[in-house]
Design a protein around this ligand. Sequence first.
Ligand code: SF4
Length: 699
Amino acid sequence: MRLLLYIPAFIDVTAPLLSVPSLVAYLKKNGYDDIVVKDLNVEFMHFLQESDYLETQAKTVIQDFENLNALKELTPEETPEFNRLYNLYIFCKLQIYKKLGEYLDILRDKEQFYDVCRYTVTVHGFFQHCFNLINYKNALGLDYLFVARVMERIPDDDRIFTQFYKERILPQIDQIQPQVIGFSVCYSDQFHSSVYLAEMIKERYPQIHIVMGGTHFNVLKDDFLVCKPEYFRFADSYIVGEGEIPLLALLKELENGKHLEKVPNLIYMQADTIMVNDAFDGLPIQELPSPDFSCVSLDEYLAPHHVLPYRIARGCYWNKCAFCVHFQTKHFSYKDARLVVDDIAALSRQYRTHFFYFVDDSLPKAFLDNFMDIIETEGIEIYWVGNIRCDKFMTPSFIAKLAKSGCRELYLGIESGSQRILDLVKKGIDLNLVEQIIHECHKHSIAIKMNYISGLPHEDQTDIETTVNFIKRTAKNSDIIALTPLGIGKGTDIGENPSHYGVELLEKKDKRRIFLNFKRTRGLLDFDQIERLYKEHSIIFNRFSFFNRVHHFLYTLHLPRKDFEELASRLYMVSDRIHYYFMRDSQDFQLEMNKIPIFCNNHHPEMFNFNLKDIQNPTNGKIPAKQTLYLYSFLNFEILTDISVFTYQLLTLCDGKNNAGKIIDYFKSKFPTIDPKTLENQAAANFNLLYKNKVIDFI
Ligand code: SF4
């Protein structure tokens, strides 16, 4: 019985996930090896290179832009569209999208990947444009590096899915001829694309048994799988919880007796009844075989080195945080350090890599003590990143040992900079200790990613200010600072005892959602206000946001910290001007460049009420004075200010006749003593800086 296992689209494609290689290893160990694995994220890259999809999209963009450009005047509704399309139009007109293969290879190439210019142009220029092109007039938004936004539903005519699945994926099924197809859905982002494909498969091959599993379904089990018959229209069964033993049992039953009631953790339909089999806790973690990455094409992922995921523990030894959805794993357990080191050493040899990502919720001290000793004694060369709690065991000497064992990046769940809030949600960490830990990690060149949650129970304005101050204080020693809004998961302490946490649960609107609807009854009541207060400081949350998780880890290993800082500031400058890079080979480059009114690093004029065409093709050389203009920050996605007389003059000079040097000279003569403190003057100073320092030459 042949099994086809899918890693569904669309998720990060820089490294493989752990789930499918783990399943495959277990099935093979138990004598079941008629398995084909397809990572649909990798398949999607092939599809883009081989199909006419990008070409068709490009024709639509060119046509739409040229239609707008032919108009004498743009309405307020058309103006933002015109501006939005402008860069994409250049990308299409110069047929840059045809270089997809070249740019994918840059991210896989050991030299080109670490060339900062190439990296920036590739990720923030090429891929950004490429995904704008893929998404153009498509309902499903994809972010660059293939991260999908979760949609309520996929429209029937979504061309990405229809064409991708029909042209590339369904014909593969004809060749592979599986009897069972499994979808490993680990992220919500993968669910909708899985449903869409499963529906197509069911329609064409009704005899194939489709089973879905993965962490996505664990939380949804009660509200969704057990009471919604329509979810068995496209899948025959679902596995909730640990998948290894149930999947093996399912394959055996389908092959032999079809006694599905014997398969643990399985939910399926029998006649018109939804059957829920007994739950099974899963194999002892020690018995899980080492993941088998030979089932995926490691060389196709978008990174110059294989960064392999590995699980050491199941669950979290703390397991008390009131907001945490990881409560389902009742018994915390972890592998023996000897076994882990042997596994990792073997994986390192087999897949020629030293880089590992430990996917555990929180690495336990007892394990790390032994692990670090073995690594040191045996001189094993690995570099790793993992999640850790800021607990008392994180002493300076322990952190020094972590660094010696190859730890190069740690993810810390800080959640809030207010001790009052941390104590309320039972986080169990002390912020004074957190500061010391961050400082020590920095000393030992361990990069830090700090995770925060906005809108925790009872959080008020003072807590937010305290948190922002804490982040600012520790920012110089940390790398990535991420902020996520609070979601209340079913079964969490907050979800079970909402009144204690100052929230009131509202009736759930959509049972497919993992998080419950709620309103706040303590602290700041308006969640939007909380978001706004944090957003005022969004610049601190954007540090190093240029890198995807795996790329950041690799760059951390490659560059000394001070160069990293330097790099980040340059990336901000360069990424804004990426389209120039694409245009510079074009004969029209000079002309185009002078047309675009970008004054400074990250600050662009956004056309809310005025007409870009007036600037590019001025009829009387002036923008109508009565219109209100704004200076818009790409960095913060905020309106910064009304446009002043100064900026207005700058805009009027961007008329397609003056080059940058002329504009700078004009301002120098007109404002010889520029006060750099005001925003507009700063804009001019930056504008000057960009051109004088030849940032354009840099890219
Ligand atoms: S938030 Fe982290 S530390 Fe807290 S219980 Fe969950 S996994 Fe453990």
